[in-house]
Write a new protein. Sequence first.
Length: 478
Amino acid sequence: MATSSKSTPRETLNKRRAVVPAKAGTHVLKKRKNGPPPSRGRLHQTSTMDLSAEGDINLSPRRSAWQAKLGKEVTSLLDQDARYFLRQSLSTPCLDALKGASGVWLETVDGRRIMDFHGNSVHQLGHGHPRVVAAMKRALDSLPFSPRRYTNEYAVRLAERLARLSHLDKVLFAPGGAEAIGMALKLARLATGRHKTVSMWDSFHGASLDAISIGGEALFRSGIGPLLPGAEHVQPCDPRHCHFGCGGTCDARCADYVEYVLAKEKDVAAVIVETVRSTDVQVPPPAYYRRLRAACDRHGALLILDEIPVCLGRTGTMFAFEPYGIVPDMVVLGKGLGGGVFPMAALIARKGLDIAAERALGHYTHEKSPVGCAAALAALDVIESEGLLLRSRTLGGRALARLRKIKSSAIVEVRGIGLLLAIELNSTDLAEEALYRCLSSGLSFKVGQGNVLVLAPPLTITEAELDQALDIVEKCLS
């Protein structure tokens, strides 16, 4: 295949990701040469560091400059956090310290208010939705815990509801998305008698050893040692950086290549895909999933969709796979399933996969948590009664149209689905500068794939709040 001699920002970033840090838990930074600090008047590109992490790294000069302006009370708590927590990228050392969260707003220890367009993808309903909190309190008062071997009404009602909404049949609960992914992998092995998987580079399915084996990010995989055997990777649907020559508009050749791999391997258990990749908001065309579904059927592989961060209305439908007209063999949910309050995840599978009665697929201590299931039931009630699916589509379309009108030489592309929006910039350095400029104006979001600003507000956000946030973004980028 002919390739250009000039690397794109994404290709350059991918090369950087291949470099393993010299010491575990640290990042190799390129120090800025002596001279004045970068101007704050406009966005500009510098070469201060290698932004090789997925997300904003916590050991950069801009992070240090940000924290230098924090008050003594915040600084003291951050120092204690660093003292007692193991340090790791994207976590400790932390950005700031919080004392409150409500709706779209975070409140820092020193009283600053920040709009949360990140939320670790749990806050479809915003922070602390009163109906979710009330449902959890009722469960705590009557049945705070359900020991293994016992069921309870909360768990059964939630399982029935998820099965009905997904058009699948059987459910298992887990305390987190990575654990639910692990259950799906085990079930795929048992159901097919095979162990190989096909998943995507740049994907994220969790941070456990099995999840990073099928994940595709160097930040989690590099330097760890042997991962799960048989975990094959292919290019994801990413039209702007496609190696199959689609020219920026996906023609699903990458899906055809998945079938090529399935045909060559002959014994793949499952294809695992993020229905919509949330780290940089890649939305495949309908043909992509039609071809994947058909390829899996032809070659005896299961299709597992990971919707941990995008389920329950984030993309404008209850499940992100609905608009594609296909039904997976399994779908994995998490994050927002607990209403933004309780850690809750689920594996939902078709009835024919109920074949492991003599095995323990999950067996988690809080598997059928009455409190967690109560939170999830309340979350589903809120989504339906407050019309959040339509709201996600309506506000998301409005926001996407406005973002596309921003005039900035830094912007490469704006894309989105529902209230999951992305602004791809032409450098990682510009993305980090934009993040801290927006934070200084009261808006928090995730930086994905090094150079993509990912905006994911609560579905409950008001129009005025959304406009306020978009004003900040436009000011920081224009």
